[in-house]
Design a protein around this ligand. Structure first.
Ligand code: BGC
Length: 753
């Protein structure tokens, strides 16, 4: 029966793709060379600027058939009008595809991706993408430039906020969940949109953490430590891929045939289309690869299908074909891939599929969506410190909320929220007052500006995210805060980064709390009152001083449109925090890159030691992070039993079961992310000291115990060897389980031949 059904479905799928092929063959037989090139062109509307260029004469280009899609145009009415232009006024009436950076929600905004990854909750990740797709599609969008899957170990890089942290296994799981959320089953529904995994590849590893800088790494590191999430996205059926700005092995990704064709298509089987990043093709001129015609031909020949903003394909491909630098077959292939995407989205059947003008009122920023966003925001927060159980706070007395991030609406959603309603999201104090009603007296003082340097603050609050710099002196602001705090039972300091201190082109070399804010915090602590640091950040910061002096630290990242409510929910104990870090917090910038899945080296430092001559260490700081990968506290505590193995020996093809009993030993119900790590003790190449290979988020009532079992199979033991073959090797393995990457129970098993 099953076989019969599967065979039928197979035939049906073939039938469908046969229909598509015939349809596109016919269409392409009627297209001129210019119209084919036009499909490869993706200008920006000019309405929302994310790069350096804006386009002009869009309408003229559309009617001449010189545009394949547009991006970052907001509003279903406007999108419908533009689509109408393409359908009714261009010769062949080919529909446009409308893209947008729907990165962590549309108008209902979820935590920034780095925060979202700290939920370790794949259902929540999928749900957020589903809601993002529902809202975006209701407003005319058919294509999102998400998920961003760049592994990064460098918090100086501002775009760590847009990624999923430092671990490839977790990021791969997130990739799958997001693509399911965006694309649904097959993109046939009018609330299902095409995803675009980016930035292919290795964009998260720029030299010195400076955005757009050179990337250089061994193939070994590339495949073992960076590529997995991209590959997982391809396996999950992602419809499109965005090439990255950086170079790889001396060749920019946008013109790198090995990357865009050999790896992506031949090795991994990707069959969608590749789009460049914003002016990614013309930037190859500055990379030193030749003039616009040369780099455009290089890109197309490498496997790039669509040109975002450069005008290189539109402006030069015809000449390159005439001069024999690009073949018509290569052009046809790119054009076909873009038409196929439009076909799969159902745009040929109904170009107005995403243009139902009644949907926005029903489906965007709804109470239901906002409720989900509030729940997920609270799940993303990471409790970094909670001395003497200062948190949760009691719902009584006076709470003074101080800090430049306490009274801002526009900074709540975080970076890369292009469709956000910046004035409509409650600030921390507004949200707190709404949640607490008259149970708690909430008072506010700004206390300091973001940074003492006004020009720096301006650079860090662009795109309508002003923090309304206060003209009073630092002393005046501080004095007001201290006077206000004098009446407080508890002080909540809302400090950290502004939302635009991370994201694109927001690299930093100092990762401490900005000067005036640190001073404010010191002065607040001197009052002797309990102080809770509510930390806004889009990256790991260096919090060594804060860890030493501040009794409670709740890292809330940028939690999205409902973050303020979620902050109140967690601070006052309606929600027990369960987020766990997905990026290591270093003690200082000099330790960077610092990541949990490092190699042992030939001169490892003994665990717990600070320094030893001629061992891998520093003179002035130990090797340990401030907060390790996987770390995060709860209002309750969890205990792990020793690991039980179903057998100490595993044969290839078999499964090994590893079990721990996890007990909630505190007085509150809570969720714990149980993490499984493996270490391959001897390899044909050096292997990391541990690698995440599984996790399970369990909810335990106070006092409850639960057995958590993982199954280890040989697939999980594989890695890319010296010759880049994906293999497992017999021998001994350590299996480690615990609540973070540092504090782990350990057992050993042997994989036989
Ligand atoms: C970013 C991409 C983004 C694109 C379109 C670029 O500057 O690197 O991540 O999708 O702009 O807005």
């Amino acid at each position: 029966m099953c076989l019969l059904l599967c065979t039928c479905l197979g035939i049906q799928a073939q039938h469908k793709s046969g229909d598509m092929d015939r349809f596109i063959d016919d269409l392409m037989s009627r297209m001129t060379l210019e119209e084919k090139i036009g499909q490869l062109n993706l200008p920006v509307t000019g309405e929302i600027v994310t790069g350096q260029a804006q386009s002009s004469d869009i309408a003229g280009k559309i009617t001449r058939g010189e545009v394949g899609g547009l991006f970052n145009l907001k509003g279903v009415g406007r999108i419908r009008d533009v689509q109408k232009l393409a359908i009714e006024k261009s010769r062949l009436g080919i529909p446009l595809i409308f893209g947008m950076d729907v990165i962590h929600g549309y108008e209902t905004i979820f935590p920034i991706p780095l925060g979202m990854s700290c939920t370790w909750d794949m259902k929540a990740v999928e749900e957020s993408a589903r809601i993002g797709a529902t809202e975006a599609s209701a407003d005319g969008i058919s294509w999102t430039f998400s998920p961003m899957l760049d592994i990064s170990r460098d918090p100086r890089w501002g775009r760590v906020s847009e990624g999923n942290g430092e671990d490839p296994y977790l990021a791969a799981e997130i990739a799958r969940a997001m693509i399911r959320g965006y694309q649904g089953t097959d993109m046939s529904g009018n609330d299902e949109i095409m995803a675009c995994m980016k930035h292919f590849a290795l964009y998260g590893a720029p030299d010195a953490g400076r955005d757009y800088n050179t990337v250089d790494m061994s193939r070994n590191r590339m495949f073992n430590e960076y590529m997995l999430p991209y590959q997982a996205a391809v396996e999950a059926g992602v419809g499109s891929v965005m090439a990255s700005f950086n170079e790889i092995d001396g060749l920019p990704a946008s013109g790198n045939k090995w990357l865009l064709t050999d790896v992506l298509r031949t090795q991994w089987g990707f069959d969608g289309f590749v789009v460049s990043d914003f002016t990614g093709i013309s930037e190859m001129v500055d990379h030193g690869m030749g003039d616009l015609q040369t780099v455009s031909a290089l890109a197309l020949n490498a496997g790039m299908d669509m040109d975002m903003v450069s005008n290189g394909f539109l402006g030069t491909l015809k000449q390159s074909i005439e001069e024999g630098k690009v073949s018509v077959e290569t052009l046809d292939q790119a054009c076909r891939r873009i038409l196929e995407a439009k076909y799969k989205l159902g745009l040929f059947e109904d170009p107005y599929k995403y243009c139902d003008l009644t949907r926005p009122a029903r489906q965007i920023f709804t109470p239901e969506h906002r409720q989900v966003a509030r729940r997920i925001a609270s799940e993303s927060f990471v409790l970094l410190k909670n001395k003497d159980n200062l948190l949760p706070l009691q719902k009584k007395g006076t709470v003074t909320v101080v800090g430049p991030l306490a009274n801002t609406r526009s900074n709540m959603p975080g970076t890369w929220s292009v469709a956000a309603r910046l004035d409509d999201y409650p600030s921390v104090i507004e949200g707190m007052k709404e949640v607490l009603g008259n149970q708690v007296n909430v008072v506010y003082a700004k206390g300091s500006n973001l940074i003492s340097d006004a020009a720096y603050e301006q650079r860090a609050t662009m795109f309508g995210r002003s923090l309304h710099r206060d003209n009073r002196s630092n002393e005046e602001l501080l004095r007001e805060a201290l006077v206000t705090a004098a009446q407080a039972d508890v002080i909540v300091a809302a400090l950290g980064e502004s939302s635009e201190m991370t994201g694109e082109s927001s690299s930093r070399t100092h990762l401490d709390l900005p000067d005036v804010q640190r001073h404010l915090l010191e002065e607040l602590l001197k009052t002797g009152k309990p102080v809770v640091l509510v930390l806004f950040t889009g990256r790991p910061l260096t919090l060594t001083w804060e860890e030493e002096h501040v009794p409670a630290i709740l890292n809330v990242w940028f939690g999205g449109s409902e973050a303020a409510y979620a902050i109140a929910d967690v601070l006052f104990g309606d929600v027990n925090p369960s987020g766990k870090l997905t990026a290591t917090f270093p003690k200082n910038v000099g330790q960077i890159p610092l990541y949990y899945n490092h190699k042992n080296t030939g001169r490892p430092l003994e665990e717990g030691k600070w320094f030893e001559k001629f061992r891998t260490s520093y003179l002035d700081v130990d090797n340990d992070p401030l907060y390790p990968f996987g770390y995060g506290l709860s209002y309750t505590s969890f205990d792990y039993s020793d690991i039980r193995l179903s057998s100490p020996v595993m044969s290839p093809g078999d499964d090994l079961q590893v079990t721990v009993t996890v007990t909630n030993t505190g007085k509150r119900d809570g969720a714990e992310v149980v993490q499984l790590y493996l270490r391959d003790l001897v390899g044909s190449i050096t292997r990391p000291v541990k690698e995440l290979k599984g996790f399970d988020k369990v909810v335990l009532q106070a006092g409850e115990s639960r057995e958590v079992t993982f199954r280890i199979n040989t697939e999980m033991l594989k890695f890319y060897n010296y010759d880049l073959e994906f293999v497992y090797e017999p021998g001994e393995f350590d299996v480690m389980i615990g609540g973070n990457s540092r504090d782990l129970k350990k057992a050993r098993f042997t994989l036989t031949h």
